[in-house]
Design a protein around this ligand. Structure first.
Ligand SMILES: *Cc1c(COP(=O)(O)O)cnc(C)c1O
Ligand code: SF4
Length: 354
């Protein structure tokens, strides 16, 4: 695709840039879907698609709305990971004692069709105003157990550098905050935003600043995206990645292998592979945990440990994230499985060894 100048923000914009055929856009279902769930496709993302057909391109499938999103399964939820119940003040989610989410804004550079917060993010979702941000920072200041603050949203790298400077400085000044982590899709979705000024805005004095990139396919790591990541890692920011396991995007071992190798080579450590959440209208992206485990097992023997993320599920209802295997140990049988599937005995320590 040749890149247009600005972000497509509606079905009509997508038709205008040739990403959705006019005849497809005429169906009432697709129109309803694209009005219900926000649409945004940046020029960089459009340029990384080999085809704009969501059925045949792993990047198009993540961003181009389809009529399948009109189907809501009974188990799907508006707030699939239960953020709401753990929000003591606006913009804060405090589920684990040592860390909080700080959601300063609800805008993203792109809107992913499988987003777990798709009913909270979007152009209509408001950012925290000055007083709300001050209250959120006060909450962190007065909760000394909070060691890590995770800026998410929305995408914190959509904030203007001058606002990021204020937030990073305020957090850096809180003695018990040791880590400031930013979750972002900007380096792959809109790499031109990653300027020297933006990277300088992430500079801290005391707390460590980490960036966790959301990236689901090696095709998203085009030259501009890799340069954006290099700018951040060259300035000393440790980079992690989060990948959502998605049917039709990255649900085969070769695709995941290529992605994790490309990330590690871009100095990004794969952190989590997320089992897809039960967000409304996303059933066509979901696979079973058994399928996810089989993929992780396939990766174990064939790629470096550096390339292995932890496969996690965020338990619906706000019960937290847990690794979901696969497990190589069978304690009752006192047995472990090797990467090739062979089994071996491993006895427990003798009870009278003291
Ligand atoms: C995912 C999440 C975190 C971060 O969890 P890690 O396992 O530390 O990456 C923190 N708070 C909430 C509410 C979360 O959903
Ligand atoms: S970037 Fe993240 S929060 Fe924004 S739409 Fe995509 S998955 Fe949702």
């Amino acid at each position: 695709m040749s890149a247009p100048a600005k972000t497509a923000r509606s079905l009509d914009d997508l038709v205008a840039v040739g990403a959705v055929p006019r005849t497809t856009a005429e169906g009432p279902t697709l129109r309803a879907v694209s009005e219900r769930y926000a649409v945004a496709v940046t020029p960089a993302v459009l340029a990384s698609m080999r085809s704009t057909d969501p059925a045949s391109d792993p990047v198009a499938r993540q961003y181009i709305p389809t009529a399948e999103e009109a189907t809501t399964a009974p188990e799907e939820l508006g707030d699939p990971i239960g953020d709401h119940a753990f929000s003591p003040v606006k913009g804060i989610v405090h589920r684990y004692s040592d860390r909080v989410l700080l959601k300063a804004l609800h805008a993203c550079p792109v809107y992913c069709r499988f987003c777990f917060r798709r009913e909270q993010v979007g152009p209509g979702g408001e950012a925290l105003d000055g007083a709300e941000l001050a209250r959120a920072l006060d909450y962190i200041r007065t909760h000394e157990a909070v060691w890590e603050v995770i800026l998410t949203g929305g995408d914190p790298l959509m904030l203007a550098p001058r606002r990021l400077v204020e937030i990073v400085a305020a957090l850096d000044a809180i003695p018990h905050v040791g880590v400031i982590r930013l979750h972002s899709r900007v380096p792959v979705a809109d790499p031109s935003r990653v300027t020297a000024e933006l990277v300088a805005a992430l500079r801290s004095v005391r707390a460590a600043v980490y960036v966790a990139l959301h990236c689901n396919h090696a095709q998203e790591l085009a030259a501009e995206a890799r340069s954006a990541l290099r700018l951040m890692s060259d300035s000393g920011i440790p980079l992690l990645s989060q990948t959502v396991l998605l049917r039709g995007v990255n649900d085969d071992a070769a695709t995941l292998e290529a992605l994790f190798r490309a990330l590690v080579q871009a100095r990004v450590k794969p952190y989590y592979l997320h089992h897809p959440d039960l967000a409304r209208g996303t059933g066509h992206f979901r696979l079973s945990i058994a399928e996810g485990q089989a993929l992780m097992r396939a990766l174990r023997g064939r790629v470096s440990g550096l390339c292995q993320p932890t496969y996690v599920l965020d338990i619906p209802g706000g019960h937290g994230k847990v690794p979901v295997g696969p497990c190589y140990v069978d304690l009752p049988k006192e047995q472990v499985t090797d990467p090739n599937g062979g089994t071996h005995l491993y006895p427990p320590p003798a009870k009278d060894c003291a």
